[in-house]
Ligand binder design. Structure first.
Ligand code: PEP
Ligand code: MN
Length: 347
């Protein structure tokens, strides 16, 4: 159940309502929106009726949420969540680009990439330091040294940073260096990792699992939010299908559906979705046309010698061309309000 507060509800009202929720042995999650504050109730709600709360001062309504994910649900919060980090807003009207190499390989490599992708329009620098490689013999990343280079490059290029964390015990460490914590596809259902990043007060980029349903993906977001971290960015990065000509299959419909089912920002990663540099631009255009509010793209100064994912990495020049093409698509489809595409029963 969620409780929607009146627009003019006061701090005192909020406190009283929270106390009442605790009296029922439930955990209140206060989510402050631009237009309204809502409180999500987590715990055993057996026998609890909306009417228990509807009479309280400051309460507009109490609504049961049918979806298994509660805090992530669009029913809990009608307005889009915008995650503001410094000057960058993720989930707003402006497309956000997160770009950089699959893995940080050296100080020079990440610095060169940072300047190039920044010039092309990216505001967030990506780079893996702890790599979840399929083979134990492949390059595993530079670890903390990689995070140091990433942080320095972000700083000098004036960009935010994002990097993957694969171990619950590394969450604190990675948090010290980056602005956004990335949970990779292979770890989408690593529940202790999800809970650990849920304890942080730092935005989390949550990739969809290789074979995860949309509901499982949103339940993974719920794990993070249930620990009190509401700053979750959903990232569609392709799913595993029978097709082998592409690395994965970009699930464009999932982007449009996630925008409907959840208030959280949704972005796409056309690099891992396709695995082929010549498909990254077209897939990025399709993702944005479907409602993606940003793109994560792998860019390497010299993809031929990349230590990981060279085949799908764009050169800085290709990335700049892609940003231009995607920008034209974004202009053509804006605004992406879901009410442009009503469900049949509301036409
Ligand atoms: C990555 O972003 O480098 C990565 C490993 O992505 P994914 O978890 O989507 O495979
Ligand atoms: Mn990669």
């Amino acid at each position: 159940m969620i409780i929607v507060l009146q627009k003019d509800a006061t701090e005192n009202h909020l406190r009283e309502i929270v106390n009442r929720i605790k009296d029922y042995n439930l955990e209140p999650h206060v989510i402050v929106g631009v237009a309204r504050t809502v409180i999500g109730l987590v715990g055993d709600k057996n026998g609890l009726e909306p009417s228990f709360f509807e009479g309280l001062p400051g309460v507009e309504k109490a609504v049961p949420i049918m979806a298994p994910y509660k805090l992530a649900s669009r029913d809990a919060k009608g307005e889009d969540t915008i995650i503001q980090i410094g000057k960058v807003a993720i989930g707003g009207d402006q497309l956000v680009y997160m770009a950089g190499p699959c893995a940080v390989e050296s100080r020079e490599q990440i610095l060169e990439t940072a300047y190039a992708v920044r010039a092309a329009g990216a505001s967030i620098l990506r780079g893996g330091a702890f790599k979840p490689r399929t083979s134990p013999y492949s390059f595993q990343g530079l670890g903390e040294e990689g995070l140091e280079y990433l942080a320095e490059a972000g700083e000098v290029a004036g960009m935010l940073t994002v990097s993957e964390v694969i171990n619950p015990s590394d969450v604190e460490l990675v948090s010290r260096y980056v602005d956004i914590l990335q949970i990779g596809a292979r770890n989408m259902q690593n529940f202790s990792l999800l809970r650990q990043v849920g304890h942080m007060r730092k935005p989390v980029l949550l990739k969809r699992g290789l074979s995860a349903t949309i509901e499982e993906w949103l339940m993974a977001a719920e794990y993070i939010m249930s620990e009190g971290n509401y700053q979750v960015i959903l990232c569609e990065r392709g799913i595993r299908t029978f097709e082998t000509a592409t690395r994965n299959t970009l699930d464009v419909g999932a982007i449009a559906l996630a925008r409907r089912l959840s208030h959280l920002p949704v972005i796409a990663d056309p690099s891992h979705a396709t695995g082929r540099c010549e498909l990254v631009g077209p897939a990025g255009c399709a993702a944005v046309a479907a409602g993606a509010q940003g793109l994560m793209v792998e860019v390497h100064p010299n993809p031929d010698v990349a230590l990981s994912d060279g085949a799908q990495s764009l050169t800085p020049r290709q990335f700049a061309q892609m940003v231009e093409a995607v920008g034209r698509v974004a202009e053509a489809v804006a605004p992406q309000a879901t009410d442009r595409w009503p469900e049949r029963n509301v036409i």
